[in-house]
Design a protein around this ligand. Structure first.
Ligand SMILES: Nc1ncnc2c1ncn2[C@@H]1O[C@H](COP(=O)(O)OP(=O)(O)OP(=O)(O)O)[C@@H](O)[C@H]1O
Ligand SMILES: [Mg+2]
Length: 252
């Protein structure tokens, strides 16, 4: 499975992605969780001690591609080896690779960011699932860090601002190079909220995560939802989302 969570700031992307990655791993998948947000959040929802390190300089070399100076993984180092060497091992065996915090005013860690992209796109399909937590914004799912994804899940709250963001992303989904785009209704408080998200974005809603104070309580404590409140309604909803996406991938 290759899934990326996108959407408006604060919609619930990191909360869902972290729990989703662990629940997927519990079903026997080898999961690489990637945080491509320079303002990281996935480590907390996974329950991994933050390192924020990104790909280190020793793993990167400068090169010229199409006449342009750029960076790639050092020759001889495969994407899979880079993951095994530099990702943090989290609960349930989930591996976490982070983009790394921004250094300097601009460009100082361009090499590390390029290498991160090469790793994410170079991890073999067979034997690996990738769960991505993408930064808020509209270009990312299609042109940037989200290129690895086969399914892009737009996390949408039933609020006018969040619906508007979802609608913008849905419009981009019409482009030929775009991956499959679906929505999850987040922080729902009633049965009508999923319909609101469907009608407001025009996207199929494949899951619903209820408003659940266990999520924000876990955030306050700095604890993963799955460790702090394993029986929370939000956990059950995210587990259902895992089942849905697994079943969809099995369709021809
Ligand atoms: N289902 C939920 N019920 C209640 N609160 C939630 C739920 N999901 C997320 N939250 C709260 O909403 C806030 C934002 O959540 P989260 O960090 O997961 O969103 P995000 O989309 O990753 O945000 P950002 O764009 O800043 O990365 C947090 O305070 C979190 O506790
Ligand atoms: Mg986040």
């Amino acid at each position: 499975m290759r899934v990326a969570f996108v959407g408006k700031g604060g919609a619930g992307k990191s909360s869902i992605a972290g729990t989703f990655a662990r629940l997927l791993a519990r079903r026997g998948e080898r999961v690489l969780a990637i945080d491509s947000d320079p303002m990281p959040g996935l480590a907390f929802s996974l329950g991994v001690d933050r390192s924020d390190a990104g790909i280190p300089d020793v793993a990167i070399e400068e090169c010229v591609i199409d006449g342009r100076n750029t960076f790639r993984l050092r020759s001889g180092l495969s994407a899979e080896e880079a993951v095994l060497r530099y990702a943090d091992v989290g609960p349930d065996g989930v591996l976490l690779l982070q983009l790394g915090k921004a250094r300097g005013v601009r460009g100082e860690n361009a090499g590390s960011h390029q290498a991160f992209q090469h790793v994410v796109e170079g991890v073999p399909d067979h034997g690996w699932s990738i769960v991505g937590d993408l930064p808020a914004g509209t270009r990312q799912p299609f042109f940037g860090w989200g290129r690895f994804a086969r399914t892009v899940v737009v996390v949408v709250e039933p609020t006018p601002a969040s619906l508007l963001s979802g609608r913008r992303l849905a419009r981009l989904a019409g482009m030929p190079s775009a991956p499959r785009l679906v929505a999850v209704a987040s922080k729902t408080r009633g049965l009508g909220d999923a319909e609101l998200v469907r009608d407001g974005t025009g996207l199929p809603v494949i899951g619903t995560v209820p408003f659940d104070t266990s999520v924000s309580d876990g955030d306050r404590e700095g604890a993963a939802l799955l460790d702090q409140t394993p029986k929370a309604p939000a956990v059950a909803a995210i587990d259902e989302l895992v089942s849905t996406l697994i079943n969809e991938e099995e369709q021809p």
